[in-house]
Design a protein around this ligand. Structure first.
Ligand SMILES: Nc1ncnc2c1ncn2[C@@H]1O[C@H](COP(=O)(O)OP(=O)(O)OP(=O)(O)O)[C@@H](O)[C@H]1O
Length: 622
């Protein structure tokens, strides 16, 4: 192939610009990224060679070599992994194949610090070489290809790159960084070694560098021909816990997660028994930018007997734990296991169940012993954990204990157990209300009687709450009851006198109720007198068993159809407005205003806002 000049994909150009402008605060990560790619390339070779042993050619020992040339001002990262064909070099080093690239680019704010963090999460990979290099040359030959099928790729990291054919005896890849002006400090054994031990110690392959010896005559260290291994070269999770430092656990996490922050918690175990595997699971401190994308599940890496099998092995954990990052290394699965096979495997099922339990134990431990950490976990991932209540029957009770809510007592951090502990004598149910925002929930008229009687009500404002409540009926034998559904029945908490008063009011107001029903027959299913209101004249409630107004609105917003159910209008017989209604000449107008205001108060939208404004204005000018 003649030398060709090709243009980078638009996203790569954008990314390169960011690499040069946002990542300078942590330059040394380039080495971690390139060593990680080299190690991935060796993993890929080992995997392909399972079916084709000849790919090893005459070099069965996989390794990464890091070297430098002070005079030429270059650093070279070499591996004898799978290598690249010309087509692969063009495709893989000219574009970003990752899904979600667009979405990622849209998130960038222009604020360099924030963007640098996001880029960290996304992983700049190969392109991070341009942090310290103003030209990168890649020389490679794919395992199994002929020597004359090698490729040289080269770019200055701006608009385009060059590719040409190359004859190369060795399989695998050399990445040669031509250092930028002022970056010469990286061309040093000491510097490179220290970066490797900081970031890449856990890489399971040997990373080799040339030995150096002190030359008395020259008065400096001189490179020898001999190479030495400069990392531990044992996959971190295979080592015993006692031999791993906190820093090493954290560094490994950063490596697999692209998160620049330390994890919130982790657990590392060797599981024996029916299924044998090692698990190393981390809970991040912060939610990634694409947490809400249920299809994006990049957390878990699967190894079988230390051979890397796949990234994003979603079968290893349920969807609601998609924020967990980590590694599973199975001793039982076949090496040629595919994604499809994983779904059906009994061993994988055992791993999934075991890992789910481990994560839940880790969370329980935080909730019990490190409440601040748990609160911060909850803020980041609580809403995702709630999905588990619907999805994971087996662990529903454990999950329910981990839930935290706002309530009329505290704006956050209330557990069911806290609530139950504070229940009044005679209180039989756990009361809750759902709304779009905390303010709307707090100010809802439906809460008035509960406030008056000093009964705590949970305020649920996550979108997933309504859905979750379809699966959660009770906690600790106490039913969950919406304060906006059905007639309010405080049971033993209501005294006889109140009950009597309500009944009397219902009889006395019968004619008024009949008129209201007639006026509002297109809007309200029923109109009744209630004791749940103290300060407000009216509110809307849903019949027991019907979909709440809040959920119906959420579904509509999401473009789904919701059954058209009419709410019940409840009125406060003691309110001045209701009293005035009795003998008003503008009965019909007032009736509609009463209904519309009740709808507004619960966060609903008026079907005909203009008519509402007209009615109110007519009253104001009357
Ligand atoms: N040393 C290498 N040997 C073989 N292929 C490589 C090597 N380095 C990079 N590549 C190829 O180039 C692609 C792009 O690398 P890059 O580091 O940008 O992204 P990635 O490795 O896919 O993702 P990430 O680094 O975020 O995990 C890789 O997927 C791989 O196919």
């Amino acid at each position: 192939m003649e030398k060709q000049t090709l243009s980078f994909q638009a996203e790569v150009k954008q990314l390169l610009h960011l690499v040069a402008h946002s990542l300078y605060s942590n330059k040394e990560i380039f080495l971690r990224e390139l060593i990680s790619n080299a190690s991935d390339a060796c993993d890929k070779l080992r995997f392909e060679a399972l079916n084709q042993n000849s790919l090893y050619e005459d070099q069965p020992n996989l390794e990464v070599r890091v070297s430098f040339d002070k005079a030429a001002r270059t650093i070279t990262i070499s591996d004898n992994g799978i290598g690249l064909s010309s087509e692969e070099a063009i495709a893989n080093l000219g574009t970003i194949a990752k899904s979600g690239t667009r979405e990622f680019m849209d998130k960038l704010s222009g604020d360099q610090q924030k963007d640098a963090q996001l880029i960290g999460q996304f992983g700049v990979g190969f392109y991070s070489g341009f942090i310290v290099a103003d030209r990168i040359t890649v020389e490679s030959r794919r395992a199994g290809a002929r020597p004359e099928e090698g490729v040289r790729w080269s770019s200055q990291g701006t608009g385009d790159f060059e590719v040409e054919t190359l004859t190369r005896e060795r399989r695998g890849t050399d990445v040669i960084l031509h250092l930028r002006e002022g970056e010469d400090e990286y061309a040093s054994t000491w510097k490179l070694k220290s970066i490797i031990s900081k970031y890449s110690d856990h890489i399971s392959l040997p990373i080799l560098m040339r030995k150096e010896e002190w030359d008395k005559d020259k008065g400096e260290y001189v490179q020898q021909d001999e190479w030495e291994t400069v990392n531990q070269a044992a996959a971190l999770w295979t080592r015993s816990k006692g031999d791993i430092t906190e820093e090493q656990y954290q560094e490994f996490y950063k490596q697999i997660s692209y998160d620049s922050q330390a994890p919130l918690a982790y657990t590392h175990n060797r599981v024996e028994g029916r299924s044998e595997y090692t698990q190393l699971l981390y809970i991040p401190a912060k939610a990634p930018f694409d947490l809400w994308n249920r299809d994006k599940r990049g957390g878990m890496k699967l190894y079988v007997k230390r051979v890397f099998i796949m990234d994003d092995a979603e079968a290893l954990l349920p969807v609601y734990l998609r924020f967990v990052k980590g590694v599973i290394d199975s001793a039982d699965l076949p090496l040629n296991v595919s994604r499809e096979l994983l779904q059906e495997s009994r061993d994988v099922k055992a791993i999934r169940e075991g890992s789910t339990k481990r994560v839940l134990s880790m969370l329980e431990d935080l909730a019990e012993n490190q409440q601040e950490k748990y609160a911060s976990f909850w803020k980041e991932f609580g809403a995702v954990l709630k999905e588990g209540v619907g999805e994971d029957n087996a662990n529903r009770e454990r999950l329910a204990k981990l839930l935290r809510f706002a309530s009329t007592r505290a704006d956050e951090g209330v557990s069911f157990a806290d609530y139950v502990g504070r229940m009044k004598e005679g209180q039989e149910a756990i009361y809750y209300i759902t709304a779009d925002t905390l303010a709307a929930a707090k100010n809802s008229p439906q809460l008035e009687i509960f406030r008056k009687k000093d009964l705590e009500v949970l305020l649920l404002t996550d979108r997933v709450d309504e859905w979750m409540l379809n699966y959660l009926y009770e906690f600790d034998g106490k039913p969950l009851q919406s304060v906006a559904k059905g007639a309010v029945d405080l049971g033993k908490l209501q005294d006889e006198e109140e009950k009597k008063k309500a009944e009397e009011a219902a009889t006395a107001f019968k004619p008024l109720l009949d008129r209201l029903k007639e006026s509002l027959k297109d809007k309200a299913k029923d109109v009744r007198v209630t004791t749940r209101l103290v300060d407000s004249p009216a509110c809307l409630v849903t019949e027991e068993g019907e979909m709440s107004g809040h959920l119906a609105r959420l579904l509509k917003q999401a473009g789904q159809s919701a059954p058209e159910t009419k709410p019940v209008l409840e009125i406060n017989a003691e309110h001045a407005l209701v009293q005035r209604l009795q003998d008003s000449e503008r009965f019909d107008e007032l009736a509609h205003i009463l209904f519309d205001q009740a709808l507004l108060a619960e966060g609903g939208q008026l079907e005909d806002p203009a008519a509402y404004v007209r009615r109110v204005n007519a009253l104001l000018t009357a």
